[in-house]
Design a protein around this ligand. Structure first.
Ligand code: SF4
Ligand code: SF4
Length: 180
């Protein structure tokens, strides 16, 4: 029994040395952050931004779905209307000291306005600096989705004749008939 344990320990030592030797020639997994920047996937859920369409319009229509779905209630906004009747956000605020970067706001947004991007450098010494206003959130680009423009096919004011035609064509669906 003693001899068996002795040889097992010798084998274990030799195996450890062999593995160390093999790994000497492997690339290091350790990154010298922040000197060496992190390579994160484009799907990484980091800092939240508000995006614009290709024409530079704000995508957000202040529907409030992102605030409703947020599990920690860190989004607050106020709706306003411009001269054309289009909804916009008067203010849009995210408290990043509470955000858990779950991405539910991005999933809920019908206009793809709110997006999580792979930026993780949000640390600050004071909580109040982690409250981002619209000016801090709104970027000049389209973010991850280049071509999408909600207002190019939805939310546009229809002429009365067009509305009539639309509703005459469509019959009301009996939703009970869709149930199992
Ligand atoms: S990522 Fe999650 S926690 Fe953060 S604002 Fe969006 S819904 Fe809220
Ligand atoms: S970011 Fe999206 S979900 Fe949130 S209010 Fe604007 S349009 Fe609605």
């Amino acid at each position: 029994m003693f001899i068996k344990i002795f040889f097992l320990q010798i084998y274990s030592q030799i195996r450890s040395l062999y593995l160390i030797f093999c790994n000497i020639f492997q690339a290091s997994e350790t990154r010298l952050y922040p000197e060496e920047s992190l390579k994160l996937s484009s799907r990484y859920r980091g800092r939240i931004v508000l995006t614009r369409t290709k024409t530079g319009e704000e995508r957000c229509v202040a529907c409030g779905l992102c605030a409703a779905v947020c599990p920690v209630s860190c989004i607050s906004l106020q709706k306003t209307e411009d001269k054309t009747g289009r909804w916009r956000s008067e203010f849009f605020r995210i408290n990043f000291s509470r955000c858990i970067f779950c991405g539910l706001c991005e999933e809920a947004c019908p206009t793809l306005a709110i997006q999580l991007i792979p930026d993780v450098e949000l640390g600050d010494y004071e909580y109040k600096n982690l409250i981002y206003e619209k000016k801090d959130l709104l970027i000049s680009g389209t973010g991850k989705y280049d071509d999408y423009d909600y207002y190019s096919f939805s939310g546009v004011t229809l002429k009365k004749t067009k509305i009539k035609k639309f509703f005459h064509k469509k019959k009301n669906v009996d939703i009970k008939s869709l149930l199992p």
